[in-house]
Design a protein around this ligand. Structure first.
Ligand code: ADP
Ligand code: ZN
Ligand code: ZN
Length: 741
């Protein structure tokens, strides 16, 4: 039923052709299979180095694996072993620190090493292809060219003469120059010039940033003073306080020392704007690493980083798996962001790996946020990280004021209270921009028959369908099932079908009707399906004529919108009541981040928060005393209730088509004897016990100490793998789960 968790038994050691009779040895190879072991193969002398890719027979097809060790035994007594098919790399691709960190991560996250190494390689290097050649985009003078340049017999003043003279001071890019393509062709043909790789770190014009304020200066100096050794920092600065300026100064210091900087951002959508800013300020090429790039381009950048040619690397989560030849510093922007946690397969956390790698590389690591995670705040409290604060907005920008609207005392129309609509109207009249935030797409989360009580519901998840009115569809946001939206009630035939609740599509409709002619832009997953569409949309955001922006959390992150002065949070309540213990933390971060979009330039901002529970104690704390006080309270509560980061968790998630298979598996999983210091809780229902027709449940392993949990997990996993009936269940273990779903 679920092939990837239940592979056929390994074929590597079962029979096969005897290996070559000549001199050879045995190498251990990690393969991308869900088995917690490596495989032995015969290899010719000289043995391929640890970290090289090899092509090996495995089952019906050859598979690319990574050499992880040279086995102690020789090839002679291994006559039953198969021989490797080919060595793909002359030198190790995954070596040194990166290989060691990946081994550590495979153990920590309890994931097979072969799959971890596979995931760490750029896609283009996972198949048995040769490494992409570096782009040879520059021209250099050869020895013959030097000669020609000074040859008195050569004609002067020609295009070729200008080309040779220009190259005398060093290689230059093929683009540019007034000599023309035919002069280049002729010079190449005569052997006077040759194509070479771009010189590393081509200089571009650089600009000076604003004069740093005292807090920025102190923060940058603290990090720069730690270059060359491991030092973890939390850069805790309100939105617009100039964290990016601090990053730029740190990167600049790395470059001056001939060192690389790796910068992680949470969203692909943020990379183009960050890239432009970095490039303009630093005066060097900035290499991008994210899933939106072509495979070959990505592999080339990865290799450039490994060879120390790419000096500034900017990417999303998986960029933390980039090799660094000359590491200088690692920066994780918006470190609290949930997107740093991989949610399937090898479930690593990029922020946590950043700290692990920084330690292994002996470089400083900077975690930046306006709303730090409780994990990082706990590390501050325990003295493990240094706390750098930027308490004020940079320049003249002032913090926004927050108004709470009690929805119980207001007439509400299509999700909006009257004061909220009035405030939007006033903001538009002043010629300013408004952002309306709602974390639900579609028209309405429920379609209800007022006569018989029928609700549109996904049979496979037992949750209401969301109405997408413009498309005339009912869609399940949990499994993607959809159907036509009925005109009449399927239960009683009545036409009194009513959409309940408010999604972004309905908000768009309401505001378009209320403020006709005002340009409006909706940003959610429905309006940004393709990558092109999304890029174009975010590129145009700052200059776009839209006066009203309506969107989901996609809009909450990082975008700089200078004319934005009003933010309306339409429904704040879902975040206050959720089964997930992190929901409140996420809610607070989201409110602060959305609020941070308002009034960034010279105009003060206002945030309007609509809620049914204005007296909610943590909401009050957040609004009255700010994020730091709010987070400190949450951290106390986590300590009192024994939840992360004050304890360590590993979550076993399981699902099966038959409820009895699931129950049997989870009961046996929870019945494992455990270990001192580790408690097993469960079986528990998943927050969604049924999804896409599959039953789901969990067992939680908890310990006060990370070491006890780490000591417990391998035995538990072995126990789970050996359970009868486990093949009818799809399961995985998530170490440090970021969410309980
Ligand atoms: P953050 O990353 O904390 O959101 P940024 O670094 O993007 O903050 O800075 C926010 C705005 O303030 C930017 O427009 C930036 O150019 C400006 N800024 C940052 N530092 C200073 C400073 N020291 N003086 C004046 N303006 C600054
Ligand atoms: Zn009905
Ligand atoms: Zn569904």
């Amino acid at each position: 039923m679920f092939p990837e968790k239940n592979p056929a038994s390994p074929a590597a050691t079962s029979g096969g052709e005897p290996g070559d009779e000549g001199r050879g040895g045995v190498v251990e190879v990690a393969l991308p299979v869900p088995l917690d072991r490596s495989f032995d193969y015969l290899a010719p002398e000289p043995l391929p180095a640890v970290g090289c890719r090899v092509l090996v027979p495995f089952g019906p097809r050859p598979v690319v694996g990574i050499v992880t060790a040279h086995a102690a035994r020789s090839g002679r007594d291994g006559s039953a072993l198969k021989a490797i098919g080919a060595v793909l790399d002359p030198a190790p691709l995954l070596a040194g620190e990166l290989l060691a960190s990946l081994r550590w991560a495979a153990r920590y996250y309890q994931h097979p090493l072969g799959e971890v190494l596979h995931a760490a390689l750029p896609v283009a290097l996972r198949s048995p292809r040769a490494l992409p050649a570096p782009a040879r985009a520059a021209l250099a003078l050869t020895a013959a060219g030097q000669h020609a340049l000074y040859d008195p017999a050569r004609r002067r003043g020609t295009r070729i003469d200008r080309l040779l003279a220009a190259l005398e001071s060093g290689p230059i890019g093929t683009a540019g120059g007034d000599w023309g393509a035919s002069a280049v062709r002729t010079a190449l043909a005569r052997g006077w010039v040759e194509r070479v790789e771009d010189p590393p770190c081509r200089s571009l014009p650089a600009s000076h940033g604003p004069e740093p304020n005292d807090a920025q200066q102190a923060a940058a100096e603290a990090v720069i003073g730690s270059l060359g050794r491991f030092a973890p920092f939390l850069l805790d600065g309100v939105t617009g306080s100039g964290k990016t300026e601090v990053y730029l100064r740190i990167i600049d210091a790395c470059l001056a020392a001939g060192r690389q900087a790796l910068v992680l951002v949470p969203e692909i959508a943020l990379t183009p704007q960050t890239l432009r800013r970095f490039r303009a300020r630093l005066g060097v090429e900035v290499a991008m690493l994210h899933s939106g790039l072509g495979d070959v381009e990505r592999a080339r950048t990865w290799l450039d980083a490994a060879r120390g040619r790419a000096m500034v690397l900017l990417g999303t989560r998986s960029a933390i798996l980039t090799p660094l030849a000359r590491p200088g510093a690692i920066i994780v922007d918006e470190e609290h962001d949930a997107s740093y946690k991989q949610q399937d397969g090898w479930r690593y956390h990029a922020r946590d790996l950043a700290v692990v790698r920084a330690r292994a590389l002996s470089v400083p690591v900077v975690l930046g946020s306006a709303t730090p995670s409780l994990e990082s705040l706990a590390n501050i409290a325990e003295g493990r990280y240094r706390h750098l604060r930027l308490p004020q907005r940079a320049g003249d920008a002032r913090p926004p004021t927050v108004e709470v609207i009690d929805l119980r005392r207001q007439r509400v129309e299509h999700g909006f209270s009257v004061p909220a609509l009035d405030a939007i109207g006033a903001c538009l009249e002043r010629g300013e921009q408004v952002l309306v935030f709602r974390n639900r797409r579609g028209y309405a989360p429920v379609l209800l028959c007022r006569d018989c009580g029928w609700r549109g519901q996904c049979a496979a998840c037992e949750r209401p369908f969301t109405l997408h009115r413009r498309e005339g569809r009912l869609r399940c946001h949990h499994c993607g099932r959809e159907q036509r939206a009925p005109r009449a009630c399927p239960g009683c035939g009545s036409l009194a079908l009513a959409p309940l609740g408010t999604g972004t599509e309905r908000i768009e409709e309401t505001l378009a009707a209320r403020f006709p002619g005002v340009p409006l832009l909706r940003v959610d997953r429905d309006t940004t399906r393709g990558r092109r569409q999304r890029d174009a949309l975010f590129e145009s955001l700052p200059e776009d004529g839209a006066r009203i922006l309506v969107g989901t959390q996609m809009l909450a992150k990082g975008h700089d919108l200078p004319r934005l002065t009003l933010v309306v949070v339409v429904g704040a309540d879902e975040g206050l009541y959720s089964v997930d213990f992190r929901a409140l933390e996420r809610f607070g971060q989201l409110v602060v981040q959305v609020a941070g979009r308002a009034g960034r330039a010279d105009r003060a901002g206002t945030v309007i928060l609509q809620t049914h529970d204005p007296a909610h104690p943590q909401l009050r704390l957040l609004l009255e005393r700010g994020y730091a006080a709010f987070a400190a309270r949450l951290l106390e509560e986590r300590r009192a209730t024994g939840l992360p980061p004050c304890t360590r968790l590993a979550l076993l998630r399981a699902e099966a088509r038959r409820k009895e298979d699931l129950d049997a598996f989870l009961t046996a999983a929870a019945a494992h004897g455990g270990r001192p210091g580790v408690e097993l809780h469960g079986p528990l229902d998943a927050p969604m016990p049924l999804r896409a027709g599959v039953f789901r449940g969990q067992v939680l392993a908890e310990s006060a100490h990370h070491a006890s949990l780490q000591a417990f997990l391998p035995g538990w996993l072995a126990h789970l793998r050996a359970l009868r009936g486990q093949r009818r269940v799809r399961w995985s273990v998530d170490v440090d789960p970021a969410e309980m779903y």
